[in-house]
Design a protein around this ligand. Structure first.
Ligand code: AMP
Ligand code: MN
Ligand code: MN
Ligand code: MN
Length: 282
């Protein structure tokens, strides 16, 4: 199985079109591709119209709060027409816009206008701090996107505004209501020590989560091992995805991440009964 179950299009903070992502998946011999935009599923409508050998798996990445920490939950195999999920995603998109409006006001107070107008011109469905980082770099207020997150957009940044996200239980519930499989995205990227990450995974499972992302771009071997062990301890599936956002970032690509090892393969997400029901050959 050569899957990539995590990537972004311009409908959220990716830089490319769904067509580009799919063509890239074809070029890289990917059999199953999930486009998992932040808090929106609009790319899936476009993707469904493109004739290709790559199987397009429905997906979404929901931002949520657990114990004051922002965590991301992937919903794979979701029905994008499901009411409960659509209602949640609309609320999340509105929260994103309101946060951007508040950040725009803060930036105006610091003497720079135009952030909100810039975001509106982009035409994304789910706006993000990633777009604000581009604006700050384009306007020479920051030297790089990394620096923009450090000085302006991160928790201690000048423009920081807390987002009004759904809680972990609500995100998982909506994904499950839409027939999806909830997967905790990039578990090693949260600012959590081992004890707290262990608690997060237990809470995730208790609320109905079914998988952990077991590999992604730039994951180190120790983190990969830790996640595999957490999946074993909590009887969770393991997923795999690049979290691709931008072809200009040359260290990332569709399908580019360390493989799951043999043990991890025994609980791979494509062994899930709902995956098997949809894609029996896999
Ligand atoms: P948001 O969804 O608005 O919270 O924005 C977060 C997005 O910005 C993430 O999905 C990443 O794509 C990107 N991002 C987060 N932190 C950083 C960082 N330190 N440097 C560059 N991009 C980042
Ligand atoms: Mn992103
Ligand atoms: Mn994420
Ligand atoms: Mn992502």
């Amino acid at each position: 199985m050569n899957v990539d179950l995590h990537c972004h299009s311009y409908f959220s903070d990716g830089k490319q079109t769904p067509e580009f992502l799919i063509q890239r998946a074809v070029d890289n011999n990917i059999s199953h591709l999930a486009i998992t935009d932040h808090d929106c599923t609009d790319a899936l409508d476009l993707a469904a119209e493109i004739a290709t050998d790559v199987v397009i798996v429905n997906g979404v990445e929901v931002s949520c709060l657990w114990d004051e920490t922002e965590v991301h939950v992937l919903g794979l195999l979701v029905d994008r027409d499901n009411q409960q999920l659509s209602t949640l995603l609309r609320a999340q998109q509105l929260s994103r816009l309101q946060r951007m409006q508040a950040m725009d006001k803060k930036l105006e107070a610091l003497g720079t206008q135009g952030l909100l107008a810039y975001i509106e011109r982009l035409g994304c469905v789910a706006c993000s701090r990633s777009h604000a980082a581009d604006f700050l770099v384009d306007n020479k207020l920051c030297k790089s996107r990394q620096k923009a997150f450090k000085s302006h957009l991160g928790k201690r940044g000048k423009l920081y505004v807390r987002a009004n996200w759904v809680d972990l239980a609500g995100a998982i519930e909506a994904i499950n209501a839409a027939g999806g499989v909830a997967v905790l995205a990039h578990p090693s990227r949260y600012p959590l020590n081992t004890a707290k990450l262990t608690r997060l995974v237990a809470a995730f499972k208790r609320h109905g989560g079914e998988g952990l992302e077991g590999t992604y771009a730039n994951i180190d071997p120790a983190a990969q091992k830790q996640i595999k062990e957490l999946a074993q301890a909590n009887d969770l599936y393991l997923s795999a995805g690049s979290d691709f956002h931008d072809s200009a970032a040359q260290w990332t690509d569709i399908g580019k991440f360390p493989p799951l090892d043999r043990q991890a393969h025994s609980r791979a997400i494509w062994l899930h009964p709902r995956w098997q029901a949809l894609y029996p050959s896999a």
